[in-house]
Design a protein around this ligand. Structure first.
Ligand SMILES: *[C@@H]1O[C@H](CO)[C@@H](O)[C@H](O)[C@H]1NC(C)=O
Ligand SMILES: *[C@@H]1O[C@H](CO)[C@@H](O)[C@H](O)[C@H]1NC(C)=O
Ligand SMILES: *[C@@H]1O[C@H](CO)[C@@H](O)[C@H](O)[C@H]1NC(C)=O
Ligand SMILES: *[C@@H]1O[C@H](CO)[C@@H](O)[C@H](O)[C@H]1NC(C)=O
Ligand SMILES: *[C@@H]1O[C@H](CO)[C@@H](O)[C@H](O)[C@H]1NC(C)=O
Length: 470
C-alpha cells in the first residue's frame, strides 16, 4: 500500500518533470550590458541579477579584468567585444594572440564560459558617428579566429555584429538585399563566417525601423493592435520583427547563404527620449516578443524555428553616443539604481512578474541642485550654463515627446543643473552654475523625474566610446 502510493507520487513527479521539460524552450535569451554610464553596477551585482532572473547569456563591450573575474564558475555564457581602439593598433598576429590569451584563454581556464568574441561592432553602418569606420574587420576577424584556434578554443565563435542598415530599404521582405556600397565587403565577411561556422549577428531597433519605413508604430508590437500588414506573395507579415528578419533572410539567400544561422545581437524598446518610448510600451513590446519567441513559430521564410537573441539592455547608459536619437540612453530594463522599470519574464514562461531588484546599490542623499528661477540673472549667461550642464551630463529626457519635453525653460535649466550635479556624485563644485542652489525638496513633476544617483564602487575603465554605440 505504502509502496503503491510512493510509486504513484514518483510517476506524478516524473510527469511533472517531463511537463516542465516541455515548456522549457531551447531558444536562449541573453542580455547586453553596456557600461557607458557615470554610475555603474558592480560586476558581482550583475552576475547576481543574471542568476536571480535566469538569464543565461551576457554580452559585454569591454572585457575589463574585474568584470571577467566576476564570471568565473558562473556558467553564464559570455560574449566580449574587441573594440576598434584595440584593433586599430594591431600590426601583427602576436598582438591578437596575446590579447586573446590574456582575456579569453586565461579566464577560460578559470571557469569563465566564453561563447563569442565580437570583432568590432557595426563596421558597415551608415551612422555618422561610425563614419570613421575602418577597413580591417575581415582581417581582424581572421586573426581572432586564428588566435582562438591556437589556444584550442573551437567553441568560442568569432563574428562581427551588424546593424539593419546593411540592408537596402524594401517594401517587401523578398526584395531584401545588402546595400550596394558594402556588398563586396559583406560577401567577403559572409564567406569568412560561413567557413568558421559562426552565426550572423544583427542589431534590430524596432523603434528606429518603424519610423524609417513610415509604418504604423503598432506594427512593431506583437499584439495585433495594428491593422497594417505587408503581403509578400503567399506570405503575410503582421509584425515588424518578422518583416526585418525575413528581409535579412532574403538578402542572405541571394548571397548564397540561405541557411546561415542568424542571432539577434540587440533588440529592445527604450523608455524615454522619444514619443513612443515609454515603460508601458517597453513592457508591451517585450511581452509580445517573448511570447512570440517561446511559441517558436519562426517567420514565414524560416518557420518553426528557435530565434536566439540578446535583449538591449540591462541598464540605462547616460554617457552613450546618441547618433540615432536621445532614446539610445534609455534602453535599460533596469533603472540606474537597480530597480526594474517594468514586468518581464526572462525565462520565457510569460509570468506576470517584475525581475528581481539589484542588491547592493546605495542611493545618495535626497539633494538636488536646481536653478533659483530669479529673473535678474543675465539670460545669455544662464543659457550658457544650461548648455554646458546638458553637454556635460544627460538631457536626453528633453527629446521630442520624451518625459521632460514639457518642462518650462526655467525647469529645464533646473533639470540640467541637477543632472550635472548627480552625475558628478553630488559634488558641490558641480552646483556652481549661475543661479544654482541646493534643495531637499524633490523638484520632479508627475512625468519628469529629477533622479538621485547611486554611489558606485566601479571605478575601472568602462571602455572607449568608439565601438560601444547603440
Ligand atoms: C578604407 O578604404 C577606402 C577604399 O580603399 C579608403 O578610401 C579609405 O580611406 C579607407 N579608410 C580607412 C579608415 O583606412
Ligand atoms: C532608407 O531610407 C532612409 C530614409 O529615407 C534613408 O535615410 C536611407 O539612406 C535609406 N537607405 C538605403 C540603404 O537606401
Ligand atoms: C557555407 O558553408 C557550408 C558548410 O561548410 C558549405 O556547405 C557551403 O557551401 C558554404 N556556402 C558558401 C556559399 O560558401
Ligand atoms: C495575432 O493574430 C495571429 C493571426 O490571426 C494569431 O496567430 C496570433 O495568436 C495573434 N496574436 C495575439 C497576441 O493575439
Ligand atoms: C550678459 O552677458 C553677456 C556675455 O558676458 C554680455 O555680452 C551682455 O552684455 C550681458 N547682458 C547684460 C544685460 O548685462
Amino acid at each position: 500500500m505504502y509502496g503503491k502510493i510512493s510509486s504513484l507520487w514518483i510517476s506524478l513527479l516524473m510527469s511533472l518533470i517531463l511537463f516542465c521539460g516541455e515548456i522549457h524552450v531551447r531558444a536562449y535569451l541573453g542580455i547586453n550590458w553596456g557600461r557607458m554610464a557615470t554610475q555603474k553596477f558592480v560586476p558581482s551585482m550583475v552576475v547576481d541579477l543574471l542568476l536571480q532572473n535566469g538569464i543565461p547569456e551576457l554580452r559585454l563591450f569591454q572585457p575589463s579584468f574585474n568584470v571577467l573575474d566576476a564570471f568565473a564558475e558562473t556558467n553564464i555564457g559570455l560574449g566580449i567585444t574587441l573594440q576598434e581602439n584595440f584593433l586599430r593598433n594591431i600590426v601583427e598576429q602576436k598582438q591578437m594572440d596575446d590579447y586573446i590569451h590574456e582575456r579569453v584563454k586565461v579566464y577560460t581556464d578559470q571557469g569563465v564560459k566564453f561563447r563569442y568574441v565580437y570583432v568590432g561592432n557595426e563596421p558597415f553602418t551608415k551612422s555618422l558617428y561610425m563614419k570613421k569606420q575602418f577597413n580591417g574587420t575581415i582581417r581582424y576577424l581572421k586573426m581572432a579566429r586564428d588566435a582562438l584556434d591556437k589556444f584550442n578554443l573551437p567553441d568560442v565563435k568569432a563574428t562581427t555584429p551588424h546593424f539593419t542598415d546593411i540592408l537596402t530599404n524594401v517594401s517587401k521582405p523578398s526584395e531584401g538585399d545588402f546595400r550596394e556600397d558594402i556588398k563586396g565587403k559583406m560577401l567577403e565577411f559572409l564567406d569568412c563566417i560561413n567557413r568558421t561556422g559562426a552565426p550572423l549577428f544583427i542589431h534590430i531597433f524596432p523603434i528606429y525601423s518603424v519610423n524609417l519605413y513610415g509604418f504604423d508604430v503598432d506594427f512593431a508590437f506583437f499584439d495585433n493592435k495594428s491593422k497594417f500588414k505587408v503581403v509578400d506573395g503567399k506570405n503575410t507579415y503582421t509584425n515588424l520583427f518578422a518583416f526585418i528578419y525575413d528581409t535579412l533572410v532574403s538578402a542572405l539567400a541571394k548571397a548564397g547563404y540561405g541557411d546561415m544561422e542568424i542571432v539577434v545581437g540587440q533588440i529592445g524598446w527604450p523608455t524615454d527620449g522619444y514619443a513612443s518610448a515609454s515603460e508601458k510600451n517597453a513592457e508591451r513590446f517585450y511581452r509580445g516578443l517573448l511570447q512570440y519567441i517561446a511559441k517558436k513559430e519562426g517567420t514565414p521564410l524560416r518557420p518553426n524555428r528557435d530565434i536566439d537573441m540578446y535583449l538591449l539592455g540591462l541598464t540605462d547608459e547616460n554617457m552613450v553616443v546618441t547618433d540615432y536619437g536621445p532614446y539610445q540612453r534609455h534602453w535599460g530594463i533596469y533603472k540606474h539604481d537597480g530597480v526594474p522599470k517594468y514586468k518581464i519574464d526572462f525565462t520565457l514562461q510569460d509570468r506576470d512578474i517584475k525581475p528581481s531588484v539589484a542588491k547592493g546599490t546605495v542611493r545618495m542623499p535626497n539633494r538636488w541642485c536646481v536653478f533659483d528661477g530669479k529673473t535678474d540673472h543675465n539670460e545669455t549667461l544662464v543659457l550658457k550654463d544650461y548648455d554646458f550642464a546638458c553637454a556635460k551630463s544627460d538631457c536626453s529626457a528633453f527629446g521630442a515627446g520624451a518625459t521632460c519635453d514639457h518642462l518650462s525653460f526655467t525647469e529645464k535649466v533646473s533639470y540640467a543643473y541637477n543632472m550635472l550635479y548627480q552625475m558628478g556624485n553630488q559634488d558641490m563644485k558641480k552646483c556652481k552654475l549661475l543661479g544654482a542652489t541646493l534643495t531637499t525638496n524633490n523638484p520632479s513633476t508627475p512625468d519628469c523625474d529629477f533622479p538621485i544617483e547611486i554611489l558606485t564602487a566601479e571605478v575601472v575603465n568602462s571602455g572607449s566610446g568608439l565601438t560601444k554605440k547603440y
